[in-house]
Design a protein around this ligand. Structure first.
Ligand SMILES: Nc1ncnc2c1ncn2[C@@H]1O[C@H](COP(=O)(O)OP(=O)(O)OP(=O)(O)O)[C@@H](O)[C@H]1O
Ligand SMILES: [Mg+2]
Length: 418
């Protein structure tokens, strides 16, 4: 979407990477790398033309060469981690080596024009900051605990000082307001041209804050108005939520997906291709075929599957007795079969269900429970490894881009005032 009336310019061409060796599915690798965002330039490394070379060495390792704008770019470690994680999650790729080069002056000029083009033509006009980490909690089967996991992760991440968006993408079966114990409403504001912008329900937790958007928080002056509004939105509700909500300055966006492999997931892949998917499953090994389908679907949409969370897993009594109500080993089995890590096994514990019923997620409200302890470890892992928060470092290019934007704005204003 452009922010001027001038015709949108064509996107400058990007040279595809050199591919060395014929046993590389370069299409898949390139698509995986499309999920790696340079947060400063606001686009993925492929479309910015930063991926220069793909090579499979004799030992089977996949080598990816990425050209950086400056050799000392502080985002290097983050790009490396993201690229490794995404390419490494492809079937048949076990070892990924990332090599960094530095752009020539001409290449830098090209990447700047790509970045400017992107700034003008943001395919999905969303307010979600490019630095926000997006994690969708998905599953093949219903009732495995996606919403419970979303709510507990959200409060713990917020408690640590992060600003956490929660998008209840289960439009027909919303549950976030109940699970998080909020009764505030999304407010709408006319923003001209018939557009309405929405403000999420804001809920401070510990040192941070939640910004929650759910169909359950949409109401109106009266019930009829609420029904009309919901009816209007049902169709493309998730897209509306992504486009028309003023999300604010998020560190994380957690998306509670509806059960099954729906078109909402495909839509998400199109609208937010940098989403990481985490599959929630129960421990019964027999249930894993359905769960694997959710992972398969995510990958078909070129989303990265970041790991598996087993929920309703075995619990240990104070005397050491282990009860595995729904079996055991399913999470491990699934993680192994789809080639991603098992991030946690959350025990089946009555306090978890009770916390959901009362709107007080256990991870925050009952820190002494076994489930809360597992959630703390899980959040440690997410923050350190799975999806570390993006810290925008002061790269020289950022200032240049901001100035370029300001120059454009200034020129436009001057032209209009003439
Ligand atoms: N670890 C757990 N221990 C005990 N109860 C749990 C646990 N996890 C979830 N529950 C309970 O199981 C029920 C189903 O969980 P939840 O609604 O989160 O599943 P879901 O996958 O989001 O379901 P749906 O597919 O319908 O959206 C809820 O009542 C929830 O409180
Ligand atoms: Mg749910």
């Amino acid at each position: 979407m452009t922010n001027t009336d001038a015709p949108a310019p064509e996107r400058p061409d990007v040279a595809p990477p050199d591919v060395i060796g014929d046993d590389i599915d370069s299409h898949a690798v390139v698509n995986a790398l499309r999920g790696v965002i340079d947060p400063e330039l606001g686009d993925n490394v492929v479309d910015l033309g930063m991926v220069k070379r793909l090579e499979r060495s004799a030992d089977g390792a996949m080598h990816v060469t990425i050209a950086l704008t400056t050799a000392g770019c502080p985002l290097r470690a983050q790009l490396m981690r993201d690229a490794k994680a995404r390419v490494g999650s492809l079937p048949g790729v076990d070892v990924v080596k990332i090599h960094f080069g530095e752009m020539t002056a001409n290449e830098r000029k090209d990447v700047m024009s790509q970045a400017r083009w992107k700034a003008r033509d943001n395919a999905l006009d969303t307010d979600i900051p490019v630095t926000a980490r997006i994690i969708a909690l998905s599953s093949g089967k219903g009732g495995v605990g996606k919403s419970s996991v979303t709510a507990n992760l959200a409060v713990l991440l917020a408690d640590r000082g992060y600003t956490v968006g929660v998008l209840d993408a289960d439009v027909g079966g919303f549950s976030m307001p109940q699970l998080l114990g909020i009764d505030g409403e999304i407010t709408g504001e006319r923003a001209g041209e018939g557009k309405t912008v929405m403000k999420p329900v804001v809920c401070p937790v510990g040192a941070g804050v939640l910004h929650i958007v759910s169909m359950g928080s949409i109401s109106g002056a009266n019930e009829t108005e609420a029904i009309m509004w919901r009816g209007m939105m049902l169709n493309r509700a998730v897209q509306h939520f992504l486009e028309d909500v003023q999300w604010g300055d998020l560190d994380y966006l957690l998306i509670d997906m509806p059960p099954g492999t729906s078109d909402i997931q495909m839509g998400l892949a199109r609208m937010l291709p940098r989403t990481d998917v985490v599959i929630v499953t129960t421990p019964a090994t027999a249930a894993q075929q359905v769960a694997a389908r959710a992972a398969d679907m995510a990958r078909k949409g070129f989303l990265r599957v970041a790991g598996v969370i087993e929920n309703m897993g075995p619990s240990t009594a104070p005397d050491g007795t282990i009860t595995a109500m729904f079996g055991s080993g399913g999470g491990e089995y699934l993680a192994e079969s789809i080639g991603v890590p098992l991030l946690a096994s959350i025990p089946l514990e009555s306090a978890v269900a009770a916390g959901g019923d009362t709107g007080c997620p256990v991870a925050f409200h009952q820190p002494d429970t076994a489930a809360a302890a597992v959630y703390r470890d899980l959040v440690d892992l997410i923050v350190s490894d799975v999806a570390p928060p993006v810290k925008i470092a002061e790269c020289s290019l950022r200032g240049a881009l901001t100035r370029a934007g300001a120059d454009l704005e200034g020129a436009r204003e001057r032209a209009q005032s003439r």
